[in-house]
Write a protein that binds this ligand. Sequence first.
Ligand code: HEC
Length: 415
Amino acid sequence: MEAHLTEWLNLSIRWIHMIVGIAWIGASFYFVWLENNLNRANPRDGLSGDLWAIHGGGIYHLEKYKLAPPQMPDNLHWFKWEAYTTWLSGVALLMVVYYLNPSLYLIAPGSDMAPAMAIAIGFGSLIVGWFVYDLLCDSPLGKKPALLGLVLFVLVIFAAWAYSQVFSGRAAYIHTGALIGTIMVGNVFRIIMPAQRALVAAIEQNRTPDPVLPAKGLLRSRHNNYFTLPVLFIMISNHFPSTYGSQYNWLILAGISVLAVLVRHYFNTRHESNRFAWALPAAAVGMICLAFVTAPNRQGGVPNAVPTSPREQSIEAQQAAASAEQGTNGEFAKVRSVIDERCTVCHAAQPSSPLFSAPPAGVMFDTPQQIQQQAAKIHAQAVASQIMPLGNMTNMTQEERDLLGAWIDKGAPIE
Ligand code: HEC
């Protein structure tokens, strides 16, 4: 029952997180687009530009003021709750998925870190991360936006690497995303909103607004703009074990982030010139390269999880030879007993683990046919990367992984 409740809690919070996240990023994309597409030729007095648009069966006319309208409107719309609720629901989700079950999802398999310690590192790093970022932006480096951007990129990837040393791959990715998300929301809460409030107050009191705050707000909002695409990838990355499950997961994340930032840059600048049009095909080629280098070991890619040493390879060969002598039948019997021992506590129609009320991800290994049909997935999860068993709760050994790998390489025969 408890597992069932957690699942519905997870479902509800995740749903909310997605809805408010779309509202936030959607509005932010819209305003960037608006800014970039304003018609700035001969604007009316006091305007910096305007724009006509049609949407949902209606025609809209939007105007942007150079500073402010002569009179502040009664009802000025602010965009902040989208950001705040995205962060709050994100933290709630982090708790439900990772902090309620630290040994399952958070801590690196095989590590003996105390759950409380892991949670403290996870959540604490988000807060510390914000302060480091904020200090850097306010330091002299803040005057050199390109260099600052580079430093921030290196620091984020360093964080991803550091997380991957103590957390499971999924948790390392999600914490990198949460760190960036915290910075983005911090920017809205601590910099952009105060700057806007000061602007509105100055206008209402007929003062000249202080130019420092808006300049700061602009830098931070530019950072948020470039952060969006990498964060969105991280939020869906849990579906893709060839990324977070790799031994080089932080490097793969760095590669994907570079491509994402390039694409964002193209969209940010294309109204001025098509100078960055090459970014789109370059990103596509980059993704193909990443797909290639993350291919499972047996197809000649970069080794995932734990590289196989020549010695291990020879053990594998011996095992394969031995099982060939026994006939494949004997081999499948062994495979089945490994799976029974290491996987079916969770992956059965009725899991015996109290953590699950239904087979996780719908994956069941009750019959030989089910095992055979999912051989490729088993390879991805338990051989190439060592994501499964989750948190290695069932203490699967390297020999057992090799056994599964050798059997799958032979085409996963069950008779
Ligand atoms: C402690 C429980 C547990 C054990 C033991 C376990 N798994 Fe899983 N497995 C999970 C959970 C939870 C998920 C769903 C992960 C998610 O939310 O993406 C999962 C997902 C999977 C998936 C589907 C992944 C996908 O994205 O389609 C496969 C395949 C899988 N496990 C294989 C195995 C194999 C093979 C073993 C044994 C070597 C194993 N698992 C042991 C809990 C477990």
